[in-house]
Structure formats: C-alpha cells, structure tokens
Design a protein around this ligand. Sequence first.
Ligand code: SAJ
Length: 432
Amino acid sequence: MRQVFDPIEHGTWTSAVVGLGYVGLPLVVTQAEAGIPVLGYDVSRETIDALAQGRSHIDDVSDGELAAVKELARFSADPADLAAADVVFICVPTPLAVGKQPDVAFIERAAEAIAGALRPGQLVVLESTTYPGTTSDVVQPILERSGLKLDEDFLLAYAPERVDPGNRSFGTANIPRVVGGVSADSTAAAEKAYGRFLAKVHPVRDARVAEMAKLLENTFRWVNIALVNEMASIARSIGVDIWEVIDAARTKPFGFMAFYPGPGVGGHCIPLDPFYLQWAARLTGEDARFIELAQVINARMPQVVVSRLQDALNDRALALRGAKVLVLGVAYKPNVRDYRESPSLEIIGLLQHAGAVVSYADPHVPEVDDHGVRLDAVEATPEAVRDADAVLILTDHDDVDYAAIAADAVLVLDTRNACRRRGVHSERVVVL
Ligand code: SAJ
C-alpha cells in the first residue's frame, strides 16, 4: 500500500459514513465507541439536525448511545466535509425499481458526493446490498471522474452490511464482516480498516465475491421461507401439524436449519435482495429459478391467509363480508416498528376488499399508511378482542398477552403459532 494510505496502515484513520439509516447510524456509533473520530453524513438536513441534537431516529441506536459518543461522532449535510475522512463508508438504500429492477441511484448519488471531495489517501467502502459488479462497474468509474487513480490515490472495496434490526445478541461490532476490494491493495486496506473496530473480518478475492456472498445469504432465507410455506400447505392437506414437524426436524443437530411458515415475507432485505441476484443472472442468460419459484410461493401467502380465515369463519357460519377482524401485528417481524413490505398491509387490503371490517393493534406501530391502507392502531383491550368475529395474529411481538387474547377471543387465526409457542392452548385458536 502506498505511503499516502499510512493512516489506514497504522490504524489512525478517521471515518465518514454516508447514509444514516438502520445500517449507517449503528456503524457511526460502533466506530466512535471504538475510539474512531467519525463524521455522519446524510442528504437529509432534518436527520442531521436531529442527530446533532442527540436524537436518534433508529430503534437500534438510543439517544443515550448517541450522547456517549458525542466527542467523536459529529454530523454534517455538507459533502465537502467528506474530504477530511481517510475512510468513507457508503450505507444507502438499494430499492427495487419497477419490474424488480435494481435501483442503484442512491449509490450513484453517494459516489458522486464522495468523488466531489475525493483526495489522495482515501479508502471508499460500499456496504449497501447490490448486484455483483456494482462496486467496480458503477462506483469506481464515478470516483475516477475526479481524475484520481485507483491504488495510486484512492482504494475501493465492498463489505456487505449484516445488520439484523431488533437483534439484541448481534450488533455491528460482533458480526463477522466479509470484505473484498476492486484491487489487492483495496482488499488489504479494507481488512485493516474493519479489523480496527470489528471482532472478525473475512477477506475475499475481490468485490464481486463479497457482493455475491451477501446475496447468497439472503436468497438462502428467501428460498427456505418459501420452502416451509409450501411444506405448510402440504402438511395441512395431509392433516399434519407443520409446527410439530419443524420442531421434530430441529432435533437434528446438523444439516437442518428451522424456518417457519408465515403470512408472507416483509422487510427491506429478504423480499428485495434476491432480485438483485436474479437481475444479474439474467444479464448473462442464466435463470434464477429458485428465486422466481420462491416469489410465487411467498407472494401467494397473503391470499392463503385470507382464505384460511374465510374457512375458519365459515366453520362458524360467518361470512367474511361484514366480519369484524382484529389484526394483531403489522410490523414486518417481531419487536420492530418497521412495516415496510409487511404482508400485514396486503392482507388488510384484501380483507377490506372482501368487505370485512378490519382494525389492527400493534404496540410498535401507531398508524399505517401504505399499500392503500390508512389506519390508526387500536388497543387490543378485552372488549375489542371479544367484539371481534376473529383475531388474526400476523406478527408475534413479545409484548402482547396471548393468554388473554386466547381467553377473550371467539376465534384466533394464529399465522405465527404465537399462542402455542408460549404455552397458550385453546380450541378457539387455529394455526395457518
Ligand atoms: N420470515 C418467515 N419465516 C422465517 C423467517 C422469516 O416468514 O422462518 C419472514 C419474517 O416474518 C419477515 C421476513 O421473512 O417478514 C424477513 O425476516 P428476517 O428474519 O429475514 O428479517 P430481516 O428482513 O430483518 O432480515 C435481516 C437480514 N439482515 C440483512 O440483510 C443484513 C438477514 O440477512 C438476517 O439473516 C435476518 O435479518 C435475521 O437473521 O433475522
């Protein structure tokens, strides 16, 4: 590595993080906690002002954690400030555009902001999930427009984020990190940089290997969730309880990993990331058939839930039309307040379209406005539960009294097996 990169070589580098969402802000805090001076950069003036006043907009970062690092973490919306950092981390969204096409516009904007301030001695690392080739084919050319040269003036690598929102056991500091550079010096520099504040770093041959590793991780989940959703339909058709089957299979201490059926796949990772891989595969004429099949199965789950509810009401001589349905849980997974891509919204829309009178309770989500559904949360009081023709458990937050729900409800369709998993057994509770 050339002398201009000595701060990275000697572990005295300063940091800048571009994009302060659920990935970027925890990264700022983790680096500052490791004693690294870090600039948090975001295009949102509002975000920067709130953070500068010590207010966090991210569940996994408390105001207290922000306050504890205020000596080392500062915030700016001025891209010129990026020039001061020796290492710049890009943590911006990578949504899907229409037709499930990758949308790398946020990455391009971030790279342009960095290129405008690029100076000799900087290492740039992309963390956002994207298709193999983005770092070398999209980011590198933008940085080189500055006139600076790879390896001589700047280094560039990819290190996929592995944040698991709401996970109390694994946070940025103790999750192993894969790193791959667009050059050997870039890989070496990224390995050194992450090694300064992370427990375990796994260098790979190049950025494409690292980009692909991340997509494999999340496609693995996408496909296995679809597998277990399909298994649930097969189990139901042959009169077997899928939840007992999974608990039995889990006793195998190797070669099996439990996934659970549900009402669909939400969040901003799992339903999106596999389509980056599918898009890249198609460019070379390859098929990604598992991804497509998993999409068919997972996308069908909201309709499966609605027809299961219709059957359960029918068994009680009740029609879906006019039925009062209390949905429990609209967040995309337990104990988070994020409802992006949550199947709950689609299910509520389908139920409303079928003429059901739908309300929802979720201690983490006070109101929803998405997928054409606009609702304020209600309290799951004993009266509200008793008044419902059916309670539909879609997300099983921990801070809900499932025993009370099962005791007061006329009917519960429990798509997460939330009741029985907590020792609550009642003939009024049916599972998906
Ligand atoms: N889901 C099921 N059945 C399962 C597991 C998940 O229906 O067995 C559903 C969830 O309800 C949710 C969706 O799939 O709607 C996604 O769930 P998730 O557990 O994968 O949670 P995410 O979306 O927060 O995924 C993140 C990912 N982290 C990153 O992309 C950096 C993923 O790689 C993690 O493995 C995952 O957290 C995790 O392990 O919790």
